[in-house]
Design a protein around this ligand. Structure first.
Ligand code: NAP
Ligand code: MG
Length: 475
């Protein structure tokens, strides 16, 4: 049992003010694996006070000091690899290989890239008539979701440390343990006390408390649109800056000249990735009308090479969904798709064969989907994708952009002119052409209702800075 009911405040693990706890469940076994504290406003106030007290010196720390902290975090993070991998498999249900090659590595990449970006980052610039200075924004409140337990926390923490902004982090209550290991790593790296604080608890208490706290200057949130809206409302009362990384309903445009098998592999592997619990997931697969049958055949052909199962067993691409609630949501969307008249090509409602324990959902591919159906408009956050056909490229782009979201877009094909045309006409923050690798220095964030702001690399540092113009300074 991992009963870890303390909060990390002002450089040490301290007892919570209250006694309420939250159970953490392993979604593959449905068993309780431990508990954390349901933090209170009193706990949060202590953490914010510690961050505020750390601000004057932390915000004036040098570039060299910050690079040193980030590099030491990289070392500490690597040392704790097996523990981090193990805990993410327990709390999230990710297969061990995914915990290692996706979750662990993404978290690591953000600390490395922040250190790298910091080496050449410009904090001051002499311009005609004034000097431009970029300074720490103040105390930042970080609120993160469960789907990428190290990625979401690390990108925010790395940017904040690089900018000299002290933070209070509230990790997702479903996946708190990876973040608690990070707290130790950050402390052991020598980050000054008070510069990093972690308070566990619910969104309603600690999340809400962060977004309305008068001593927090900036809130960086990753999660759902509904909560993002509440955060903006709360933040408006003290005119806090907010950064929101929200949901998506991203299109994958399969060009006429694409290799259909390669395209199907992209679509299916993306459906299995993190069991579809990915904000950038390509959930709408746009296929030329003339290639529909070929594409569907290719999907059936590539599917057997993917598997879902016990995350502690070797060889699976995906594990269960994170929780019973998420399982219910995904089931109701699959049923909705059926009711709306879409065709189930693969999968459907219920649990996959042989996977009755754990929150496993069937990988499901819908076809004959029209873009106005609920399954094509709302984020499902499970292993469910929809095939939608188009007449010509402009029609594909019209469908691609017919969404409230704009987080990511994907295109697969050969003709460079068409690839460029698609990349420049999808309204989204990140476009991936033909299976390009993730670049952790490339800015990440959304157009439209997918959010406000950008994370990762140098853009991730900018988030935690304010711009100051100094006029008339003698040189
Ligand atoms: P969520 O319910 O919005 O929760 C995200 C975080 O906000 C959690 O820590 C949650 O606390 C907290 N929270 C809940 N209510 C709050 C409130 N009233 N005020 C402040 N904080 C509050 O989202 P989720 O279900 O965990 O995650 C799935 C969603 O996140 C999806 O929509 C997905 O697209 C989005 N997402 C976006 C990105 C991106 O980078 N764009 C990345 C990953 C996920 P609890 O721990 O108590 O729930
Ligand atoms: Mg939630």
């Amino acid at each position: 049992m991992r009963n870890q009911t303390k909060h990390f405040i002002n450089g040490e693990w301290i007892e919570p003010a209250g006694s309420d706890t939250i159970e953490v469940i392993n979604p593959a076994t449905e068993e309780v694996i431990g508990k954390i504290s349901a933090g209170t406003k009193e706990d949060l106030d202590k953490a914010v006070a510690a961050a505020k007290a750390a601000y004057p010196s932390f915000s004036k720390s040098t570039r060299e000091e910050r690079i040193d902290w980030l590099e030491k975090i990289v070392e500490g993070y690597k040392k704790r690899s097996s523990e981090l991998i193990d805990v993410m498999t327990d709390e999230l249900g990710a297969p061990l290989s995914i915990s290692e090659h996706v979750h662990f590595k993404m978290g690591l990449a953000h600390f490395k890239k922040a250190a790298e970006a910091l080496k050449t980052f410009s904090f001051s610039e002499d311009r005609d008539g004034h000097t431009l200075v970029k300074e720490s924004i103040g105390v930042s409140g970080l609120i993160t979701p469960w789907n990428f337990p190290t990625n979401q926390t690390s990108t925010k923490i790395a940017g904040a440390i690089a900018a000299g902004s002290p933070v209070v982090l509230k990790p997702a209550e479903k996946t708190p343990y990876a973040a608690m290991i990070l707290a130790d790593i950050i402390h052991e790296a020598g980050v000054p006390k008070g510069a990093f604080n972690l308070v566990n608890g619910t969104g309603d208490v600690i999340g809400d408390g962060i977004s309305s706290h008068p001593d927090i200057d900036f809130v960086s949130f990753t999660g759902s649109g509904g909560v993002g809206e509440k955060i903006m409302q709360n933040a408006s009362k003290t005119i806090k800056k907010v950064a929101l990384e929200l949901g998506g309903k991203s299109p994958l445009i399969v060009l006429e000249d694409a290799d259909m098998e390669k395209a199907a592999k992209m679509a299916v592997s993306n459906m299995f990735m993190n069991t579809g619990q990915v904000c950038t997931a390509a959930t709408r697969i746009l296929v030329p009308k003339t290639k529909k049958d070929k594409f569907e055949d290719a999907v059936q052909k590539v599917l057997p090479s993917f598997s879902m199962g016990n995350p502690r067993e070797d060889g699976h691409n995906a594990g269960p969904l994170v929780s019973e609630g998420q399982w219910d949501t995904v089931q109701s969307y699959i049923q909705k798709g059926i009711d709306e008249g879409a065709t189930v090509l693969v999968g459907g409602t219920g649990k996959p064969e042989g996977l009755h324990k754990g929150y496993f959902a069937k990988p499901t591919v819908f076809t004959n989907v029209s873009n106005d159906m609920v399954i094509a408009q709302e984020e499902i956050f499970g292993p469910v994708i929809s095939i939608i056909t188009y007449d010509d490229l402009d029609h594909a782009l019209e469908i691609a952009n017919d969404t409230i979201y704009g987080l990511a877009g994907y295109v697969v094909g050969n003709d460079p002119e068409q690839l460029r045309y698609v990349a420049s006409n999808i309204r989204a923050g990140q476009i991936t052409v033909n299976n390009a690798r993730t670049d952790f220095m490339a800015p990440f964030g959304g157009f439209k209702q997918s959010g406000i702001g950008r994370e990762w690399g140098d853009f991730g540092i900018e988030e935690y800075l304010e711009v100051k113009a100094v006029l008339g300074m003698p040189s």
